[in-house]
Design a protein around this ligand. Structure first.
Ligand code: ZN
Length: 235
């Protein structure tokens, strides 16, 4: 699994339970954090006097690394792009395509196609999608890293679901790693107000997961959009 997160905490709020679950069951999970969210997602830190970009970056790195550790993530990279706006250059497309070829994921998790309040997330969705297509294309040459085959892509549920026209395509039960996710979320001091929000969301999605599956043990869940339709030999 490869998880591409626009900012330092996105992967935790939106897929922390799923990441921890996959790791717990033996999957190799790689996380790429594109930016520290210094400009756009560190508002509380900027309320402190004499705050600096370097210091905000340092705090966000510490918080994000600690959260990743709690989730069990061993492979995490911080690419340190500037955020707000997130600019995607040709070089950055090539870099991510190569990363996909290097990690060869069966599953990529990233932002969904529309976030009504966060254009960085939209940019990252397009970035990841384009790089995945490049990675799967034989004519795109990256010496030492052979072409990949089509992998599955899933989109994070955005913060403001309805405003972003998000429709869940897949629910992942995270009951067994829910507590781990809560502990990981607590690492982000500048965004403490989001913890209650995302615990409620996990509870609500757990309800949907139970209702749709009939499995009463599903207590908490995360939802994702499906980039592609499901393919099977039978229903
Ligand atoms: Zn973000």
């Amino acid at each position: 699994m490869l998880v591409v997160s626009a900012h330092a905490a996105d992967f935790v709020w939106r897929s922390g339970g799923t990441i921890a679950k996959y790791i717990k069951h033996g999957a190799e999970v790689h996380v790429v954090v594109l930016s520290f969210g210094v400009r756009g997602e560190s508002n509380d830190l900027w309320k402190e006097e004499n705050q600096t970009v370097e210091n905000v970056k340092k705090i966000r790195l510490e918080e994000s690394s600690k959260a990743a550790e709690i989730l069990g993530v061993k492979n995490i990279e911080y690419w340190d792009f500037e955020d707000y706006p997130m600019e995607i250059t040709r070089g950055r497309l090539d870099r991510l395509a190569q990363k996909i070829r290097e990690t060869r994921p069966d599953i990529i998790l990233t932002h969904d196609k529309k976030d009504g309040l966060n254009p960085d997330h939209d940019a990252v969705r397009n970035y990841v999608f384009q790089s995945s297509i490049m990675s799967n294309s034989a004519g795109v040459i990256t010496p030492g890293f052979p072409v990949t085959k089509q992998m599955m892509l899933f989109g994070f549920e955005p913060h403001q679901t309805e405003i972003s026209d998000f429709k869940p395509g897949t629910f992942i039960d995270i009951t067994e790693t829910y507590e781990q996710k809560v502990e990981a979320m607590k690492c982000f001091k500048a965004q403490g107000h989001l913890i209650e929000y995302y615990t409620q969301r996990a509870f609500m999605r757990g309800n949907h997961a139970r209702r749709l599956s009939g499995v009463k043990e599903y207590k908490y869940a995360e939802s994702f959009s499906n980039f592609f339709p499901r393919v099977a030999s039978e229903f």
